[in-house]
Design a protein around this ligand. Sequence first.
Ligand code: HEC
Length: 223
Amino acid sequence: MIAGMSMLTCIAASAQTPDSAVGDAIAHQGVPPAVPACIACHGAHGEGNAQAGFPRLAGLSAGYLAAQLNDFASGARQQPVMMPIAKGMTPEARANVAAYFASLDAPSSASSTSTQKPDALGEQLALHGNWKSGVPACVSCYGDQGSGVGDAFPALASQPAAYIKTQLAAWKAGTRAPGPLGLMSAVAKRLSDQEADAAATYFASLPAAAHNAQESAKQGVAR
Ligand code: HEC
């Protein structure tokens, strides 16, 4: 009886705490037959693929990653590649694979295709914004160096420039949920194409912070 009860407690606990070991298996093998291995696109270490514009997942917060997968599954974030992949996983599997990628170290160098040199406009926007058009400094939310803050503001440093640009366009078009307080759709609508390009190139050129994953993700690994 006691053994049975502790077994139940165990099951209840594991339903709540994401299991990054299960997430590891999903990342490498997918969930056959419908869900492909994540690493095929997001890189063997979740570092992303700058050429193809696939974002890095390594070292982002587990809460942020899981929320994105849930948004792809519900259609709040619309993107033809990721929607069926997220829908093919249970909410629990999404949380597990999010915990796995959050537990990985961010890549140590800047996005490898940031061949484009950032210009003064990108740095100006990132650090000071554009007060004439009501665009706040990007770093006021994303942290110094764009290294990410909490579950709501993912790291921008070392994300592929093409990926960042696609996201700004998605917020403008309303195909990506506006996020906390509708901040990003408001900002994206005020950016000119030239400004969006410049800001994306600037953040792609910055090296990722060593590890900014949330405590929650680390707990998933430690178990
Ligand atoms: C065929 C390529 C491909 C595969 C396989 C793939 N992804 Fe993606 N993923 C993408 C692309 C492209 C995007 C960018 C979507 C966008 O522009 O909104 C993306 C975006 C994401 C994001 C959002 C990242 C962010 O910064 O907001 C998450 C989270 C994610 N993928 C997780 C996964 C997981 C987990 C798996 C495996 C179960 C997976 N992906 C498999 C191509 C892929």
